[in-house]
Design a binder for this molecule. Sequence first.
Ligand code: NI
Length: 188
Amino acid sequence: MAILKIARMGHPVLLQRAAPVTDPTDPVIQQLIDDMIETMHDAGGLGLAAPQVHVPLRLFVFHLPAARAAEAAGEAGAPAEPALPPQAVINPEITPVADEKRLGWEGCLSIPGMRAAVPRFAQIRYAGLDRRGKPLAAEAQGLHAVIVQHEYDHLDGILYPMRMTDFSKMGFNEELARFPSPLPSLVS
Ligand code: NI
């Protein structure tokens, strides 16, 4: 296991379209997944995509700790979401369930120290392969849906500012903590 270097916004690896993983069971891919999970925990992130660690492959890891799930549900006035253990999603596809988008606060390990309100589909289905190479399919809403859409975007070279519609809702974490700003719950 190793902690990997995370690319920051401005590095070209974050802007390219990543290539599919041909064999998820390849020991090199298994090692990469272990290292990405360790790196995600070390950096305190909810997700990490392979291009963020300079590997342009269609693969990301994510988790939803119980405390973060409860916090997000509280902010949205929604029932608590189930916590999710660290997991890998390989060669994913996303389908929105409905057109509705919501604004939610997001950060990114490639844009350290900042966060912003980003519109995302409220409910999605996604499919791909798990780390054993077996097909996976899931439906997601709330923070789970936000994380998956954010990480998926990294595989297409998209960073969250490229999804934003209102740049007045972006700032440094310390300042946003001092001056909390409410968000409209619905954007479209
Ligand atoms: Ni990110």
